[in-house]
Write a protein that binds this ligand. Structure first.
Ligand code: LGS
Length: 491
């Protein structure tokens, strides 16, 4: 397949990017990490196997909360088929594989007292299988599947008790897998956890409290991340020398009018409220972005409250949170147009940002409503992240869905990967952004949360009707393998 860069996506000319359709040929830096990613609940199945406890996603899905009443009870059955998954990764020549550990598989009730050796053994076997094939494991500790008991007893992430409980869990994972795993991610996309889970209530644990829930949950998550990072530094760093960080998600915020400073500020504000919420404390000074303190603080006062709805870190907390990321894990899929809509006294908790956001109707589409392919947005986002935080960046997820049909000749996915990865190359080579690696979402079709199996993101097709869950390579997997083999784009 020829290298198709942006040209296949017919964009309106309004958002002017001079070299967006010009391919760049060449290689990524030596040692660039080429991976793909999955997460426990989305692929493992085995929801109650060998002593695993229930997670908040088991609860949501089993109660019928996902499309067509579908669940991750079996999913891709990776709990039994992990060796096959490793072979898929190997066949593509991947250097890295990112997966997550299910907390309730390792600790069914979320606490050390319930430690489940069978659960740990599964991850030890997966890691050994990867290392046997010379593929580096990248482990996410929390990809959304909180032990249900911690939701029932403590109310989940809104409760400060989870800081130490998460630290106990992380400590066990570091201790048991640390000699073999060198790249650790504490949390996947806390923005989604906090906003969708505790704000608008569409994801587990389905709490609808936009004014307070997200800010409280984020506060606990940031402290939990900081404590786990410090635990690694104190107990394991000298011996194992690994890196620990967090994966954050944001769309690129594109100002509706780049010559209008109010819209430029709105686009920045949008990225501060999504990525900066966590990145500012962790990579900068241990505290929230000023713009969030202003927006959430002033809003609160205008709403007649006596104090800001944004919780406050103590000086001691700020100190242990600042500088707790060895790299920036970035999940990025699309771009959102941002327009200033400053409403300082608006009592509507649903929009503390004062940013109107939309994606124009004439942008290209995918199998997901929210995902419009905008390759050049990723280059600009990488530049923004690099300028803001100055850390090496791993793109820990990027990819595209297609509708739920058995399509192996997935040309749109090949176009997407070609175009997006070429923009990563431009950011790396032309702009000097320090990009350390790229992970395609996903290794295979899997359980897409509340969308169930209706959106397929995989490089491999999975037949969910067949009890064996057979995997079949899509053409995009071969295309991606070509980029991996050359370490870039061959002219
Ligand atoms: O599968 C998830 C992918 C696909 O789309 C993965 O588990 C996540 O880490 C990541 O969030 N992923 C993803 N992100 C886009 C989320 C958009 C949510 C829009 C929801 C509208 C109600």
């Amino acid at each position: 397949l020829p290298v198709q860069v942006g040209a296949d996506f017919a964009y309106p000319d309004v958002f002017n990017d001079p070299d967006r359709d010009t391919p760049l040929y060449g290689k990524f830096p030596d040692g660039f990490a080429w991976g793909s990613a999955t997460s426990a609940y989305q692929v493992e199945g085995g929801w109650d196997a060998d002593g695993k406890g229930k997670s908040i996603w088991d609860t949501l899905a089993q109660a019928g909360g996902c499309a067509y009443g579908q669940t991750g009870n079996v999913a891709c059955d990776s709990y039994n088929k992990y060796a096959q998954d490793v072979q898929l990764a190997k066949a593509m020549g991947l250097t890295h594989y990112r997966f997550s550990i299910s907390w309730p598989r390792v600790m069914p009730d979320g606490t050390l007292a319930s430690l489940n050796e069978a659960g740990l053994a599964y991850y030890e076997a997966l890691v050994d299988e990867l290392l046997k094939e010379n593929i580096e494991p990248v482990v996410t500790l929390y990809h959304w599947d909180l032990p249900q008991v911690l939701q029932d007893v403590y109310g989940g992430w809104e409760n400060d008790s989870l800081v130490e409980l998460f630290n106990d869990y992380a400590d066990v994972c570091f201790e048991r897998l640390g000699s073999k795993v060198k790249l650790w991610i504490t949390f996947n996309e806390p923005y989604v956890v906090c906003w969708l889970g505790y704000g608008i209530g569409v994801f587990a644990p389905n709490i609808n409290d936009p004014g307070y829930g997200p800010y409280r949950a984020a506060h606990t998550i940031i402290k939990s991340h900081g404590m786990a990072y410090n635990t690694y530094q104190q107990k394991y760093k000298a011996q194992y020398g690994g890196q620990v960080s967090i994966t954050l998600s944001t769309d690129f915020g594109l100002p509706e009018d780049e010559n209008n400073p109010a819209h430029v500020a709105a686009a920045d504000r949008y990225m501060q409220f999504t990525a900066g919420w966590f990145a500012h404390p962790i990579f900068k000074n241990g505290d929230y972005p000023d713009v969030m303190k202003w927006q959430v603080g002033n809003k609160s006062l205008a709403q007649g409250l006596s104090e800001s709805r944004l919780p406050v870190f103590t000086e001691e907390e700020k100190q242990y949170i600042a500088g707790t990321g060895d790299f920036f894990g970035l999940n990025a899929y699309t771009t959102t147009v941002c327009k200033d809509n400053f409403r300082p006294t608006d009592p509507n908790y649903e929009d503390d940002q004062d940013v109107d956001r939309y994606q124009p109707d004439n942008w290209p589409k995918s199998g997901s409503d929210w995902l419009r392919p905008v390759p050049w947005g990723l280059r600009r986002l990488l530049n923004w992240v690099s300028q803001e935080y100055g850390k090496p960046i791993y793109i820990t997820e990027n990819g595209v869905s297609t509708a739920d049909v058995a399509e192996l000749n997935d040309t749109s996915r090949q176009t997407y990967y070609g175009a997006y990865i070429n923009e990563v190359l431009k950011a790396s080579v032309l702009d000097g952004v320090d990009v350390s690696g790229y992970f395609a979402w996903s290794l295979m079709d899997n359980f897409e949360w509340t969308s169930g199996y209706t959106q397929r993101f995989g490089l491999h097709y999975v037949d969910f009707e067949d009890p064996d869950r057979p995997r079949t390579q899509k053409d995009s997997a071969a295309f991606y393998a070509g980029l991996v083999a050359y370490n870039g784009f061959e002219e």
